[in-house]
Design a protein around this ligand. Structure first.
Ligand code: NAD
Ligand code: 2HG
Length: 387
């Protein structure tokens, strides 16, 4: 019986994919797999039996990836599963920032008992007028699952779109509209764009990527949208620039005491992926990833180990070995198995940075003492007997 624990509510359509061989447990200590959305895992004690964490979403800055790797815990995310939900909210953000929709709605509510509200509205509406997005320049920083969708949709809204991503993947580049102008110096976006939207992961290299210097380059009419993570932007500098009228608006999906209520800030409570469709997509992908790893040993969409897949096991046994990416590891494994008289039918070994994964199909059951020898090999993080 495999046991899983949910650190956040996960859509039922995903959890329903778990077969009768799975049991949901209330205490993480008992879990072999954990499903999580935005819950912070950095200070959590990770139980010895934990094999996999699936982030039902894209950002993994709430998970200690290296600590998990050192303990042989594979962390997955669900790339692209919530991208459309975020894309749609980015457009809502652009519209909210361009026209005083919230002010207009508030005015209507405040005047709901006025019998002449229709007539008064016609006099008052000039106070909530704004500008259109068609014909304006949009800069998209980060052209991954979300950035590409935003950039492409913006071209259909009549915007002139600039795209910046020095690490763009081949598949993202294939998906990007040819109308999007390729920008190699992000400063061109800061200087020229009317709307600037950021869609990069929070990493040490991207922290405060939009800093005071970048903000100082922007037009006084610029609108900055942040549906990625608050720490990507120097928000103190942003709030100061808004107060001084140096830029127009900052739209953020990450409430905190710096931005909520500050002049020019429009803040939503991390709603980007909060749609039925995105929650279902993420849950389905996360559960499939966990099942494929626990049942077949396959790793697909990991963020701390390499992807490595050999389909379903058709031989007598399969073992998965999470190990350090060091020379000589494979020869240790083949020697230990060979000395035990175990023939290797098939094998894959993939590496990613400091870590690697070997998946080995064998012609017989691998006994406990052989598993123990593999586990005791220097550089081995965890050995799993898949079958
Ligand atoms: N508001 C929400 O609810 C919500 C939902 C989903 C994702 N997110 C956030 O959005 C981020 C992006 O999501 P995604 O699904 O598009 O991820 P993704 O991994 O598909 O795309 C990220 C892109 O950023 C690019 N990138 C990395 N460093 C860069 C840099 N220095 N400059 C320019 N580009 C850089 C990468 O090459 C990649 O193409 C996530 O990491 C997450 O933090 C927020
Ligand atoms: O789970 C959520 O609601 C937020 C997800 C989002 O921040 C992500 O990075 O995918």
């Amino acid at each position: 019986m495999h046991k899983y624990h949910c650190l956040n509510p996960i859509a039922a359509v995903g959890l329903d994919l778990f077969s009768d061989d799975y049991q949901k447990v209330e205490d993480i200590k008992d879990a072999e797999a954990v499903l999580v959305r935005s819950a912070a895992m950095h200070d959590l004690e990770l139980p010895e039996g934990l094999a996999a964490v699936a982030r039902a979403g894209a950002g993994v800055n709430n998970i200690p990836l290296d600590k998990c790797a050192e303990k042989g815990i594979v962390v997955f995310n669900t790339p692209g599963a919530n991208a459309n939900g975020v894309k749609e909210l980015v457009f809502a953000g652009m519209l909210y920032a361009s026209r005083d929709i919230v002010g207009g709605i508030d005015w209507c509510l405040a005047n709901q008992n006025d019998e002449n509200i229709a007539k008064t509205a016609e006099k008052q509406k000039k106070n909530f007028a704004g500008t259109e997005i068609s014909g304006k320049k949009l800069g998209v920083i980060g052209l991954g699952a979300i950035g590409v969708l935003v950039a492409n949709a913006a071209t259909h809204m009549g915007m002139e779109v600039y795209g910046y991503d020095p690490y763009i993947s081949v598949s993202a580049a294939w998906s990007l509209s040819r109308s999007v102008k390729h920008i190699s110096n992000v400063e061109d976006i800061y200087r020229e764009c009317d709307y600037i939207t950021i869609h990069v992961p929070l990493l040490d290299s991207t922290r405060k990527m939009i800093g005071a210097d970048a903000i100082a380059m922007m037009k006084p009419t610029a609108i900055v949208l942040n549906f990625a993570r608050d720490l990507l932007v120097d928000e103190e500098a942003m709030v100061d620039a808004l107060a001084a009228g140096k830029i127009k608006k900052y739209v953020s999906d990450f409430p905190n005491t710096t931005t909520v209520g500050a002049k020019g800030c429009i803040v939503t409570p991390h709603l980007g992926a909060s749609t039925a469709e995105s929650e279902d997509n993420c849950a389905l992908m996360a559960v499939r990833e966990i099942r494929d790893y626990l049942e077949n040993g396959n790793i697909v969409h990991s963020v701390n180990f390499p992807d490595c897949s050999m389909g379903a096991c058709m031989t007598a046994g399969r073992i998965g070995i999470l190990h350090k990416n060091e020379s000589g590891m494979l020869s240790h494994f083949t020697t230990i198995l060979g000395n035990a008289g175990i023939n290797i039918d098939g094998m894959a070994n993939k590496s990613r940075g400091d870590y690697a994964y070997a998946l080995i199909d064998v012609d017989t059951n691998v006994p406990e003492d052989v598993l123990a020898k593999l586990e005791q090999t220097d550089g081995v993080l965890k050995v799993r007997k898949v079958k």
